[in-house]
Design a protein around this ligand. Structure first.
Ligand SMILES: Nc1ncnc2c1ncn2[C@@H]1O[C@H](COP(=O)(O)OP(=O)(O)OP(=O)(O)O)[C@@H](O)[C@H]1O
Ligand SMILES: [Mg+2]
Length: 263
């Protein structure tokens, strides 16, 4: 088992916002977390990455990664883990990139911060990774600034950077929700393809239960900080046990389309 979360609770100040969350993920497995806004999805994955906002803290439970309790990690240990063994993609990678630096400069700096590659090796490897994420003309993309790229292209750059070191676990928080449906489908497909090749496990947070069903072996449904339903994707889709999950399913009219695009 790669990741095991047992009875996780997280508070922001005095407020208990996530309660008793259990989940586990095998190497190379894909798990989706779905649920309405404010249900605690981001909080759970931030707890795994050790990057809760400063008023947030884990108040109960355990998070075990590769057999090691992450909650006893020092800041230096987190730093060592993040980027190489665990990586994250955000909803809007464009805003995570430095607007006044070329993509290539940022990517090379990121690689050099985590490895001993020289500038030329890092640039070649970065270009190769952009090509793996299906960015046409990656040499040219390396020379561009983030504002010169489309949302989908910036998101591909964000995914390429996150997956560069072949992490064992990718945490993806609404990685495609800012994109149109067709681009969403393409980016998800490319991301999944690389993860499958490299053996990277994924936790994806998404509002789109259609994307969740396509990607994930298992779906976890959250509401007000708790898990309300959890099971194999096909079971959740075909036989949802709670009205809440049924509502989530109904709220995604393009589910058929997304499926169609992706398969
Ligand atoms: N920095 C913070 N300080 C205080 N409360 C917070 C903070 N961040 C999140 N919360 C609260 O924790 C709860 C869960 O938030 P979280 O961001 O995990 O939800 P989410 O499921 O990711 O929602 P969304 O789908 O909108 O991204 C919410 O009630 C939110 O108001
Ligand atoms: Mg969120």
């Amino acid at each position: 088992m790669l990741l095991d979360i047992a009875k996780l609770s997280v508070s922001y100040g005095e407020h208990l916002m996530v309660q008793n969350v259990d989940l586990s993920l095998d190497r190379g497995g894909v798990l989706a977390i779905v649920g309405e806004s404010g249900s605690g999805k981001t909080t759970v994955i931030r707890a795994v990455l050790g990057c809760l906002p400063h008023e947030g803290r884990v108040t109960g439970g355990a998070i075990t990664f590769n057999g090691k309790n992450l909650l006893t990690n020092t800041v230096a240990q987190w730093r060592q883990l993040c980027g190489t063994q665990m990586a994250m993609v955000f909803q809007d990678s464009g805003s995570m990139l430095d607007p006044i630096q070329r993509i290539g400069t940022q990517f090379v700096e990121y690689i050099q911060a985590h490895s001993s590659m020289n500038r030329i090796e890092a640039a070649a490897a970065a270009t190769h990774m952009l090509a793996r994420m299906h960015l046409a003309n990656p040499e040219n993309v390396m020379q561009r600034y983030p504002f010169e790229l489309s949302g989908g292209m910036n998101q591909r750059v964000g995914v390429a950077m996150a997956l560069f070191f072949k992490p064992q676990l990718l945490l993806a928080d609404e990685p495609t929700s800012a994109l149109d449906v067709t681009t969403q489908a393409q980016v998800v497909k490319e991301m999944m393809h690389i993860c499958r090749e490299d053996g990277t496990a994924i936790i994806i947070v998404t509002h789109n239960i259609g994307v969740a069903a396509y990607m994930a072996d298992e779906i976890l449904v959250m509401r007000t900080g708790r898990i309300v339903e959890q099971g194999p994707s096909s079971a959740i889709l075909q036989d949802p046990q709670t009205d809440y999950t049924k509502e989530l399913l109904q709220a995604v009219p393009q589910i058929g389309e997304v499926h169609h695009d992706l398969y």
